[in-house]
Design a binder for this molecule. Structure first.
Ligand code: GDP
Ligand code: MG
Length: 745
């Protein structure tokens, strides 16, 4: 699938177009940019290393093309018998067309054999153009595993023959290739095809003659410094075959070619151990001949090589291979990123869009998708790129990994952020929902348990989401830190929720205090209206007990009520796991607020009208009723003045008593400071926000306890006394009148 994409360089080629193979280099030494198209058409591109390149050399018109066409089923142009003109120009390439397996399913030939037909080199038409010969030799050597040298039998031993010139060139350029790095240059097989073998001279003899000539030739070539002592078989293996005359013995020729074709299989014998490759049973394709250029990189590599050759630059194969590796690895990386991008980019967009509107989303099956995409992208890259230069491949793989992982990591973290945010929200909702449901039922719901169970659910859900999005084999794909953070924020959220719950509880308890105090304090004040009080005898001049200890009773009722409220509060607060500190703060607030409630209630009772009414009731009670509680009927003889004065003075004594909140026992204000207590250590500014300052407790407020407990100002007390007197006078006058009237009547 992916390799198919590599092939689609330019327009699609057709079989007809490449009937004769593809011209790699034309007669103007231009490299053909469509090699990859041809190799794609021939399905060689995906072959990896499973392909072979053979080049054929030899004087022109020695039947090279003819041989290739027989041997590989190719259709290279051949010279027609009637016009003796060179047909093969430049370098042509064609894939072996013969079947690679026989009818019995056995391998008959190696797969993907690419044959290069190199222009004849007699220079009949190119004159003394040694340049092309050199260049095409260099090109063939740099790319081919097997170099077939086509030679007439009658030329064997003719040391001065044209073929020797060619071979000399081959040897020289070969040494040039070895200059840079002798370790990375593979060996080559020189396969001599002796044509028009008459049969008189056995192949053995021809072989011996040729080898002799070759070593003689080797000794004469100029060797670069450092390679002076190199031997020919340091670089080359040799093989030989003799073919009958194609025209005179066509049948024998074809049989021999048929037999020869069987040798184009993978060879497994190490020729170093086996000696020279002359064993007909040994395949010509030895692993050590292979140039190790992956098939999909061959077009680029070949072009680069030709480019260097064309520009007469030193051919540095290791560098070429590294450049190729860089080029191809980049290309492959781009290719494998396409399907990755198709999968990942929409998710990235989705996540970014959701984030933009502040509502991060959890993408379903994100982990599965990411794992698959990551695995695929690396696997595809490895499959295609790992055949290239190891160092380059490793580097490019790291680059790709970082590119891929940067994006996946962002998705991963986005997902965790979404899980974090939605998890916290869901937790808060769930807790308040459960509280509301509990309130509806009216029962005392267990807040702590609600929080605990919702927290567990939230953590489990977060972990599920996180676990799902873990990318296998990615070191960054760890959510421990995020989980810890989530847990921490859950705790903080629980604390906030508990504080809210505490506030609700505090409000409830406060309301309860208010209603209780409203009732009980009102009652205490109402007692003022009963001037006789319990059993107290007004004669002894003492105030009735109910009047004298008004404040003691109020303080008692108040502290009693608050103590009960505190007990309620403490019990509830503990039930939802409030810390002792939190409870202390709640109680402290409750006491302060309760004091506020009491203050307000007292103020209400002290409102002028209310107070005057109470004084009047108190006075009238004393004036109009006798000690037994029987209403008096005034007679003119009665000491109305005396009773009036006594009752009035008794009631007037209440006013100074009322002006200040004093406890009878100590004669001092209630111990508010000690009773409220110091602010507990856990108190926060927020806790103090809605608290009114209390004199004598909050020293900074500049208000003393005396002032805090001053119920009625001096002026108001005087005013109240005056109004009371007038009111009492009225009652007196009325009584007096009533007494007189009663007599007259
Ligand atoms: P190339 O230039 O080396 O590719 O040679 P060609 O394949 O075009 O053939 C050149 C001529 O040699 C043609 O006329 C062929 O018919 C002829 N030819 C082909 N094979 C043989 C052979 O085995 N022996 C001889 N004597 N002639 C051959
Ligand atoms: Mg030819």
């Amino acid at each position: 699938m992916m390799n198919g994409h590599f092939a689609s360089v330019g327009e699609e080629g057709t079989r007809e177009q490449y009937e004769h193979g593809v011209q790699v280099v034309d007669e103007d030494k231009e490299f053909n940019p469509h090699i990859s198209q041809y190799l794609a058409l021939e399905n060689v591109i995906p072959a990896g290393f499973n392909y072979h390149i053979i080049s054929v050399f030899g004087s022109q018109s020695t039947g090279k093309s003819t041989l290739l066409n027989y041997l590989f089923g190719t259709q290279f142009g051949v010279m027609q018998e009637n016009e003796r003109r060179q047909t093969t120009k430049g370098i042509w390439m064609s894939k072996n067309k013969r079947p690679t397996t026989g009818a019995d399913g056995k391998t008959t030939m190696a797969e993907n054999i690419l044959v290069m037909d190199v222009e004849g080199t007699d220079g009949r038409e190119r004159g003394e153009d040694q340049d092309f010969e050199r260049k095409s030799s260099l090109f063939a050597l740099a790319t081919s595993e097997v170099l077939m040298v086509n030679i007439w039998e009658h030329q064997v031993g003719l040391y001065q023959g044209a073929n020797m010139g060619l071979l000399k060139t081959v040897f020289e350029v070969n040494l040039q290739l070895f200059l840079k790095d002798s370790k990375t240059i593979p060996r080559s097989l020189l396969f001599f095809v002796i044509r028009d073998h008459l049969g008189n001279t056995p192949l053995e003899n021809l072989r011996a003659t040729l080898l002799q000539d070759l070593s003689r030739l080797w000794s004469t070539i100029s060797k670069p410094p450092g390679l002076e002592n190199s031997k020919i078989d340091d670089y080359f293996d040799f093989a030989f075959v003799a073919l009958p005359h194609k025209i005179l013995q066509p049948q024998q020729f074809e049989q021999a070619v048929e037999k020869l074709s069987k040798r184009f299989v993978e060879g497994f014998k190490d020729p170093k151990k086996a000696g020279l490759v002359n064993d007909e049973d040994t395949g010509v394709f030895q692993p050590q001949y292979h140039r190790r250029i992956p098939a999909d990189g061959f077009p680029v590599y070949a072009e680069g090589i030709w480019d260097q050759i064309e520009q007469n630059k030193d051919l540095d194969l290791p560098t070429q291979q590294e450049l190729l590796a860089q080029f191809r690895c980049d290309e492959i990386a781009r290719e494998v990123l396409i399907p990755f991008d198709e999968t990942i980019a929409p998710l990235e967009e989705k996540q970014a869009a959701a984030k933009l509107v502040g509502e991060p989303i959890i993408i379903q099956n994100l982990g599965l998708t990411m794992n698959k995409a990551r695995e695929t992208v690396f696997k595809d890259f490895e499959t295609n790129a790992s055949r290239y230069h190891k160092g380059v491949y490793t580097r490019k793989r790291a680059e790709l990994e970082s590119k891929v992982d940067t994006r996946l990591k962002a998705l991963f973290q986005g997902q965790l952020q979404a899980a974090h945010k939605s998890g916290l929200a869901a937790f808060g909702d769930a807790v308040s929902g459960a509280v509301k449901a509990g309130q509806k039922k009216g029962a005392t719901y267990d807040f702590a348990q609600i929080v605990e169970s919702e927290k567990k659910k939230a953590l489990a859900s977060f972990e599920r989401t996180a676990q799902n999005v873990v990318v296998q084999g990615a070191t960054w794909s760890d959510y421990k830190q995020e989980l810890t953070l989530f847990k921490k924020e859950l705790d903080e959220s629980s604390k906030r929720l508990r504080r809210d719950e505490m506030k609700r509880l505090a409000n409830r308890v406060e309301r309860w205090v208010r209603s209780r105090l409203g009732e009980s304090i009102g009652l205490e004040f109402n007692k003022l209206g009963t001037g006789r009080g319990g059993s107290g005898a007004p004669e002894n001049g003492e105030k009735p007990a109910s009047e004298k200890d008004l404040w003691d009773r109020i303080w008692h009722v108040f502290t009693d009520t608050v103590t009960q409220a505190e007990a309620r509060f403490t019990e509830r607060a503990k039930s939802f796991d409030a810390s002792p500190d939190e409870v202390d703060v709640g109680l402290w607030r409750l006491r302060r607020k309760s004091w506020g409630v009491l203050s307000a209630k007292i103020d209400e009772e002290m409102m002028e009208g209310n107070l005057l009414l109470k004084l009047r009731e108190n006075f009238e009670d004393k004036f109009r009723y006798d000690d037994a509680g029987v209403p008096r009927i005034w007679r003119p003889t009665d000491d109305i003045e005396g009773a009036y004065t006594k009752a009035r003075e008794s009631t007037l004594k209440l006013i100074p008593l009322l002006t200040r909140f004093r406890l009878g026992e100590t004669g001092s204000p209630p111990p508010l400071d000690a009773w409220i207590g110091a602010a507990p250590p856990g108190v926060s500014p927020a806790d103090e926000d809605d608290l009114a300052p209390i004199g004598g407790v909050d020293e900074d407020e500049g208000k003393s306890l005396e002032e805090e407990t001053l119920v009625l100002s001096e002026a108001k007390a005087t005013d109240l006394a005056n109004r009371f007197r007038k009111m009492a006078d009225g009652v007196f006058v009325e009584a007096k009148r009533g007494a007189l009237g009663g007599v007259t009547q």
